[in-house]
Every structure is written in structure tokens, then in C-alpha cells.
Design a protein around this ligand. Sequence first.
Ligand SMILES: [Zn+2]
Length: 114
Amino acid sequence: MHELSIAIEILDIVEREAAKHGAAVVRRVNLRVGDLSGVETESLAFSFDAVKGEKDLTRDTILSILRLPVKIHCIPCDGEFKGAGHMVVCPQCEGLDTQLLQGEELEIEDIEID
Ligand SMILES: [Zn+2]
């Protein structure tokens, strides 16, 4: 249950941030998840809902997940394209010298509190 441990970790971070700002309630957590992160977002949302209810602080917290597609930069032609993985060929110049710009994210963008 990989996603359950991620959900627990997110809650830990959220609780620490809420305590730091003296929040009574956490309204929403905005999460960014790249397509290469290996995270099953439906399972993560389910796990988060299962663990959040134990505390008043997070009982009604909405976990909002933004999926980020894989974006790749081609160094030879300075192009940018969407890919499906790490090892990809540039569709514009067929170059192999590429770098990943986006797709591995697993991060909290912001937390809305009251
Ligand atoms: Zn290229």
C-alpha cells in the first residue's frame, strides 16, 4: 500500500503546517502529481479520505490532485514535447539528447486553512 504511506505523509506535513499557522481547520490541500511519479491518484485520494477523518483538523479536508503530463526538452533542437517516459526520441529532430522537464513531481503546492 504505497499510496497509503504517501497519504499519511501528506497528512503529517499538513498538520505541521497547520500548527505553524495556528489553523483550526484545513480546507484543501493542492497536490501536484507527475505522470512518472508512479502514484496511483485514485488510490491516493481513497487512502487520504480513509486517514484524514481521525482528526478535527482534517476531517473535511479536500485533497485536490493536479496531474502533470510528462514534458521533455530536446537539447539539440531546443524543442519541447510531451513524452511517455524517460527514454524518448525527439519527434522534431530524432535527437536522443533529451532532459525531463516535468513528470516526476509529487509535491504539495499549497494548503488552504482557516
Ligand atoms: Zn529535437
